[in-house]
Design a binder for this molecule. Sequence first.
Ligand code: ADP
Ligand code: MG
Length: 336
Amino acid sequence: MAIIVENINYIYGKGLPEETYALRDVSFTVEEGSFTGIIGHTGSGKSTLIQHLNGLLKPDSGKITVGGCDITSKDTVLRDIRKKVGLVFQYPEYQLFEETVEKDVGYGPKNMGMTEKEIQQRVREALDLVDLPFEEYGSRSPFELSGGQKRRAAIAGVIAMEPEVLILDEPTAGLDPATHRDILDMICRIREQRGTTVIFVSHNMDDIARLCDRVLVMDEGQLVMTGTPAEVFAQSQKLKDIGLGIPEAGELIEAMRRRGAKIEENALFPEEAAEIIGRYFRKQAGTKARRDNTDSTGAGMRRGASAAQETDTEEECTGMEAQNPEGGADGGNETC
Ligand code: ADP
Ligand code: MG
């Protein structure tokens, strides 16, 4: 289900001395089936923005269309929209309240007026998707679960509504690395099995690069950049200026450039960085091997000069090479 946001503005405490302009003229489109990441420093308006997408907040001006329906219109029944657009708040486990996991996850479907049988079916499927099998966890108190399990149970409560769009506000905040991975795997599983459109707020640039096909960058209530992860993270200085970073792999390539390496490409993933760096050092080794070879032929200055020329045009020759004491023909071959 596509979402179209057009020129929305939102002010908290409008007219009060402490009024806050939280969103300023924000426009974007979320394509059906896409995985959209939202990044931005704390207070940039991310949570305010996503609460507009299922009608929890209403913009002071502008328009939001969800699956062709104008949710900013007075006639729209927001209950219907909230079934289609599921919102997982930050730290959703704080909202667990029922005595058993089964009841908690079934709360939404029950409110939708489903039969007991349908509710059970929804609860089972949702618990399967979050990897908390019904037989083992259904009758347990949500408060006895571990931190990660609580979060997954809370997410199951939203999944049980079978939303067409799933929005998650910093779903991995405060989790250990293993649970962090579990939550991301779970989101991917839901998307694969149900074709759900996902919107994901995160401060983790590696996750954004790996999962998303589109990124929205918020700053001071404004949408300041959009694009694929490659397009957005290529603008690292602009991101740094607004207090954001880039994926670790990109940081590594930038660190090499700062030390003199002429590397044009950017990396989003460790494997990509390894490829780029490997290629760079192979080129360096090749250049050195040719130079050493030329020098040892005794052909003199003439050939040396032409080799150097070749180096400048075809191969990158930088300060990094001078810092690599293991050059030479043999070293180069080993590297290759
Ligand atoms: P983010 O999720 O990016 O951290 P928020 O959407 O929570 O940003 O906040 C955007 C701005 O709105 C901030 O200046 C924040 O202080 C303000 N704000 C958020 N929620 C409220 C609220 N309930 N009442 C008043 N101001 C708020
Ligand atoms: Mg927030």
